[in-house]
Write a new protein. Structure first.
Length: 184
């Protein structure tokens, strides 16, 4: 922090000229150090080793918010390294009578109401690597096999049954199933 010399009320302007110049030099030197980290033209902050903040908003919180009460990433996020989960993992659950359009799956678990669903339910294509779980509710649900690798007929999921699928390339692949009939 810049060391500033106080000018006394009894000092004359001519006698304080060196002190004033030294004060401005000290402030300018400190400002130069700050502008190496914070570019005043672009607003970019770089080279910071540590930042102690209570809440950090990225793009005013539209992209991400990091806080002691929890972190929220609202933009698509790619992770190129390993992830370790040391606590519980929760997935969203969506009640549905129909599944989303092609490449529009935003949920992880879809509970399909057999009393309002089409027979069979159309399973559109997803995004490469995406995984979803379908849960039958209210009775048996039939899933069209057109975009599922392997089955030769609609997949039948009995009430409370599940079907977990992962999209690879151009097809959904069955990862697991419970209380489901898959005809091959």
């Amino acid at each position: 922090m810049a060391i500033i010399t106080t000018i006394q009320g009894t000092d004359s302007l001519s006698a304080s000229r060196v002190t004033l110049n030294d004060n401005f030099t000290a402030i300018n030197d400190e400002l130069a150090q700050v502008t190496t980290l914070l570019d005043p033209s672009t607003g970019n902050l770089t080279g910071v080793i540590d930042a102690g903040v209570e809440t950090l908003l990225v793009d005013a919180g539209n992209a991400a918010e990091f806080a002691t009460t929890g972190n929220t990433l609202t933009s698509d996020t790619d992770v190129d390294g390993a992830i370790s989960f040391n606590g519980a993992v929760s997935y969203d659950v969506t009640a549905a009578s129909a599944l989303p359009a092609a490449n529009s799956f935003v949920g992880t678990i879809y509970v399909i109401d057999s009393t309002t669903a089409a027979n069979p339910v159309t399973l559109n294509i997803g995004d490469n690597g995406q995984e979803i779980t379908l849960v039958a509710d209210g009775g048996t649900v039939y899933i069209d096999n057109t975009n599922i690798a392997g089955p030769t007929a609609a997949v039948e999921i009995a009430e409370f049954g599940t079907l977990t699928l992962r999209f690879v390339g151009t097809m959904w692949y069955i990862v697991s199933s419970f209380n489901a009939t898959i005809t091959i």
